[in-house]
Ligand binder design. Structure first.
Ligand code: URA
Length: 237
């Protein structure tokens, strides 16, 4: 790429202004002052400095949600050859990665981005982003068990923070009960371990919301890009 284009597309200024600065000797490439605007740049290899500051090429930031089916590992590559969530976004640039993780068997809302700040804000416990899960458990937990889940229970990684737990319905034949659970932590296998702590096994788990973002009617295995207002709202949480 031409030097003046490389600098201008980094958002530093117009191509005309950049050309002038190059001719004025304000730009170095790999430590050497370059006075020719059309000097070829090897993007990703050459180090370009403009007026003492490193010029970084603008990469397009991507933000999307996937409706993860059960049976996909949340990792970029799996040594055991299992299907990974990356195969659900295989037609997109490989700069994107999943934000956080869902267990192999967990379904539902999983975000992907290549914006490190965005991922950090969503994952860092201090931001306490709420996540909603639909949970199907074996049997019928009694009200004492539900109350304990609401107050916090002890799991191997520590005590869970208070959670919102709503009983939705019990299946015909009373084999299973469905709950809606809202938590703002991300301990490993947290929802499964919370119910295990009160004596009930989770048989199906689906994340339906992260912050302001709902899975809605996105079909299983599909992705969609977030809208500008969805991205802004998540960044302001
Ligand atoms: N809690 C779990 O137990 N598993 C998940 O995948 C997410 C939350």
């Amino acid at each position: 790429m031409r030097l003046e284009k490389y600098i201008a597309t980094s958002g530093i200024g117009s191509r005309r202004a950049v050309k002038k600065s190059i001719r004025a000797g304000l730009v170095t490439v790999n430590g050497e002052t370059i006075l020719v605007p059309g000097h070829p740049i090897d993007v990703g290899t050459d180090t370009v400095v403009f007026d003492g500051k490193l010029v970084e090429p603008l990469t397009e930031h991507l933000y999307l949600m996937v409706n993860k089916p059960s049976g996909y590992v949340t990792t970029r590559r799996d040594e055991r050859g299992r299907s990974t969530v990356m195969s659900l976004v295989a037609d997109l640039p490989d700069s994107i990665y999943p934000v956080g993780r869902l267990d192999l068997e967990t379904e539902g809302l999983l975000l992907f981005t290549n914006d490190g700040d965005f991922a950090y804000r969503l994952l860092h416990p201090s931001y306490e982003v709420e996540k909603t899960y639909l949970v199907w458990v074996k049997g019928i937990p009694n009200d004492t068990a539900v109350q304990r889940l609401r107050q916090g229970v002890t799991i191997p990684s520590g005590k869970t923070a208070p959670a919102k737990v709503k009983r939705l319905k019990t299946s015909r034949g009373e084999a299973s009960t469905q709950f809606e659970v809202v938590i703002h932590e991300g301990k490993k296998r947290q929802v499964r371990l919370m119910f295990k702590a009160v004596g009930h096994r989770v048989i199906r788990l689906k994340r339906t919301r992260i912050g302001n973002l709902c899975l809605g009617g996105l079909p299983q295995g599909q992705y969609r890009f977030l809208t500008a207002s969805e991205i802004t709202a998540l960044m302001e949480l």
